[in-house]
Design a protein around this ligand. Sequence first.
Ligand SMILES: [Zn+2]
Ligand SMILES: [Zn+2]
Length: 282
Amino acid sequence: MKKTPYWPTIFVIGFVHIVAFLGVWHTFEKGVSFLAIIVFIVGYFWTGLGVTVGFHRFYTHRSFQTSKVVAEILLALGEMALQGNRDGWRTVHLAHHRAPDTLRDPHSPVAWENRLYGFYWAHIGWLFFQPLGNPSASDRTRSLGYAFLGLFLPGLILFVFEGWDGALSGTLLAGFMRVVFVWHATWSVNSIGHLWGSRPFPTKDNSRDSWIIGMFGLGDGYHNFHHAFPWSAINGFSIPEKLSDTPGTIISAMGILHLAWNIQSPDNSGKIPETQPGLISV
Ligand SMILES: [Zn+2]
Ligand SMILES: [Zn+2]
């Protein structure tokens, strides 16, 4: 099947990578302040959680409930990661879950004979041909607003403390480079998470649990568990597994603080049920 390139995504991915690499050059030339590193790490953590807790576990799988205010904060953080608008993200991800590692999967690495091409396709290639859904004018404006906030707020914060030098390194590193890091962490779940790692649960797909992705992907390394129990808010059965699932730990903490309720998880049998409630489109 011939695919049509989707130029807006190609432009954004290319442009953000180029600016991020300018950030690397700027760092070698001028150095980087401790505060810029802190803003980078905080931005990486919170916008990454906007994707894993917000877009993924809340908006797509409905694995817990929360208030309107917290839902809006999760939405803002997720869209500051520049992964398209929430509804487009949810549609693509549900398509992945409904037919994982088949030709109907938007980003399977194993649907290709050449394993290297499969890796490239699952990691980034599919995005060049994937339209971002059909958001309403207000949703599109909101997404763009949060995306610009994600790119330029770090520079603004650094400007207050360090002047123009801070504004530049804040924008290049904690804005653009941070987006690139979160992108590749998320994309690794689609590529590495369906190629390498362990398969403790006999799912029909090729999903894997990988501690490397768990570390950089903020907990979404338990991808085989996730395909077995997609409605679960917390990945893993043992206490160490649950604690190393950063989004799950955050959701548990939200539960203790009464910021989240109706938190879903499978029973301890480890048996994969016939129907998976986390795949219902809402
Ligand atoms: Zn998957
Ligand atoms: Zn999922």
